[in-house]
Every structure is written in structure tokens, then in C-alpha cells.
Design a protein around this ligand. Structure first.
Ligand SMILES: [Zn+2]
Ligand SMILES: [Zn+2]
Length: 322
């Protein structure tokens, strides 16, 4: 009888331990979103200046595994997540989209909550401001830094760009003021945030838009969800090449190509409103169905950034902003 009781006890204990593990592993399994209808609206015209160009500025990496980035990814395959900025050269003023890791990432990192530090292993390569200096570009000559959103890994370098305005939506500015624990902005002083609105109409399936220079070359759309004021930045070159810098809408390109969201545990921790993020993800997937040539660049997908021209392609003679 005692042996039977012991057996029942062991079986119950095993079930109590195993069920949560099985359920957790299930949240990592493939679960593609339904394929939306291709975007059916108009394609906006753009008259980008011939000088407009985009360059990747990879400041470092987070060492992750695939499963961290999207459902269906392997728990055993390593994948480095890029920590980046992108320089957009435009005759009316150059912009830096996000900064990636900055010079003070080590001390900033120590302020993050334990739950983030415990699973984050990073390497700082070279901060964006130093990479710009390396090619003879004065970081202060940037017209502005345009944030996709204000999470720590996108704003770490802001203090390295003293005096350069930081463009944010009103919603993201409020989010910054509330100073969450995933945000470094609370550590910074003297940053000049400038808010912008969405005065333009619908754009490529998104409900509103902000055309930065009025020529259709740099157009920002609201994509709130990951944070309350997240945006997507479309950049169109004079040869018609069109990029979508989607920030953390997805962490890896499989979010678009395989329609796989972040796993539940990371959605829960990282997204302010996971449902709203999903809605915007479906908009991007619908757009990609219509425009296969659109180059989607998630902030943390190394493959997307590796495919962009490198900053070193800018020669010293042409680096200075007009
Ligand atoms: Zn983020
Ligand atoms: Zn991020």
C-alpha cells in the first residue's frame, strides 16, 4: 500500500513539474499568424533627392538563441541580435535612426532589472558616435536622432550625441517621462526631446504618417504596441529602393517571412500592448505581400543590417553634412 502511495506521489510530482515545462515549450513552438490579404491601397509617390543614402551603424550585439526571437526558432541555435543605428543622409539634414549601444553601456546595463540582466549577454563593438568620428563625420552635425522607440538597447548612445535633438512621438515622450525599468532615458540629463505628430494621411496601410522633409523620402508611421509610441520609418531612395525600419515590431525577419511573433514570454515582458503590436505586424506582412521588393529591417536582425551599405563606404570627403 505504501509503495502504491509512493508511486502516486511521484506521478503527481512529475506531472506538477512537467506540465508547466511542456506548456512553456509549447509557447516556443511554431504558430504562424494567418496570412492577411495583400495591401490593396495606393502606392505613395516620392521624389527623393539623389543624394539620399542609408548606412548601417552596428554598435554591438546581444548573444541570444533563435527561440528568443520568434516562435519556432531553435533553443539550441545561437543568433546574435544587432544593436544598431542607421544613418540616413539627406541634403536637408542627416538623421540617425536609433543609436544602439553607446559608450556607457556597461554602467547603464547595471541599472537594468535582474530578469533582463540574467538572460542578456552582450558585446560592445564600437558606439555609433565613435564610428561616425572614425570616418571624419562630426556627430554633432546630425540634424536629429529619430527613435523607433525608447527601450534601453535603442537609446544607450543618446548621451554620446550631446546637443542633437531627439525626435519622438508625444506618446513615446510620455512613456519616457514615466521612466520604466527597461529604459535608460531616466539616467540621462540634458537630452532635447522634440515631439512630432502625424499630420499626413494613411500610408501603405498605416492610418497616418509624418513626411519628414515633404519629399516622401523619409516617412514615419505610428506602429504603437511594442511601446506606447513606437514607429516604423520608411526610407525611399532615388532609385526607388524602399526600406522599412520597423524597430522592434519583430526581433527577427522570421516575424515577417514566417509570420511568427515573439514567443509568449518575451511578448509579455517586452510589449506594452501585444495585441496592437500584432495588428501592426499583420499590416507589415500584408504590405510585404504586395511589395516583395520592400526591404524590411528589424532593429535586431543582423542579416537586415549586414545587407545595408556600411558606414565605411562614406568617404571622409563626403561625410560632412551639408
Ligand atoms: Zn524594444
Ligand atoms: Zn530592442
Amino acid at each position: 500500500m505504501a509503495a502504491k502511495n509512493n508511486g502516486t506521489y511521484i506521478a503527481t510530482a512529475a506531472a506538477v513539474l512537467l506540465v508547466p515545462i511542456v506548456l512553456f515549450l509549447h509557447t516556443l513552438s511554431p504558430s504562424p499568424l494567418p496570412l492577411p490579404k495583400p495591401y490593396g491601397g495606393p502606392l505613395p509617390s516620392a521624389t527623393p533627392p539623389k543624394e539620399i543614402a542609408v548606412y548601417s551603424v552596428i554598435a554591438g550585439v546581444n548573444h541570444r538563441v533563435e527561440a528568443f526571437g520568434y516562435r519556432g526558432g531553435s533553443l539550441f541555435k545561437r543568433r546574435d541580435f544587432s544593436m544598431v543605428g542607421a544613418l540616413v543622409k539627406h541634403p536637408k539634414g542627416d538623421l540617425l535612426i536609433d543609436t544602439g549601444f553607446g559608450r556607457h553601456i556597461d554602467e547603464q546595463f547595471r541599472t537594468l532589472p535582474f530578469r533582463v540582466r540574467a538572460i542578456t549577454f552582450y558585446s560592445l563593438w564600437r558606439p555609433a558616435a565613435d564610428q561616425l568620428r572614425d570616418i571624419g563625420y562630426d556627430p554633432k552635425s546630425l540634424h536629429a536622432i529619430l527613435l523607433t522607440h525608447s527601450h534601453w538597447d535603442h537609446v544607450s548612445g543618446l548621451p554620446d550625441f550631446s546637443g542633437v535633438p531627439v525626435w519622438v512621438t508625444a506618446q513615446e515622450h510620455e512613456f519616457i517621462k514615466k521612466s520604466g525599468d527597461m529604459d535608460f532615458c531616466r539616467l540621462f540629463t540634458g537630452i532635447r526631446y522634440e515631439e512630432y505628430g502625424f499630420e499626413g494621411g494613411p500610408y501603405l496601410g498605416f492610418p497616418a504618417s509624418h513626411d519628414v522633409y515633404g519629399d516622401g523620402s523619409i516617412v514615419v508611421v505610428p506602429a504603437f504596441g511594442h511601446t506606447p509610441g513606437s514607429v516604423i520609418i520608411f526610407v525611399t531612395l532615388s532609385n526607388g529602393t524602399r526600406y522599412a525600419f520597423v524597430g522592434d515590431l519583430v526581433w527577427q525577419l522570421e516575424g515577417i517571412t514566417d509570420r511568427e511573433e515573439r514567443p509568449w514570454v518575451t511578448r509579455r515582458d517586452a510589449d506594452t500592448n501585444a495585441e496592437a503590436n500584432r495588428e501592426n505586424l499583420l499590416r507589415m506582412i500584408a504590405l510585404k505581400e504586395r511589395m516583395p521588393e520592400l526591404i524590411i529591417v528589424p532593429a535586431h536582425d543582423m542579416r537586415g543590417f549586414a545587407a545595408l551599405p556600411k558606414l565605411s563606404n562614406l568617404s571622409n570627403s563626403t561625410a560632412a553634412s551639408p
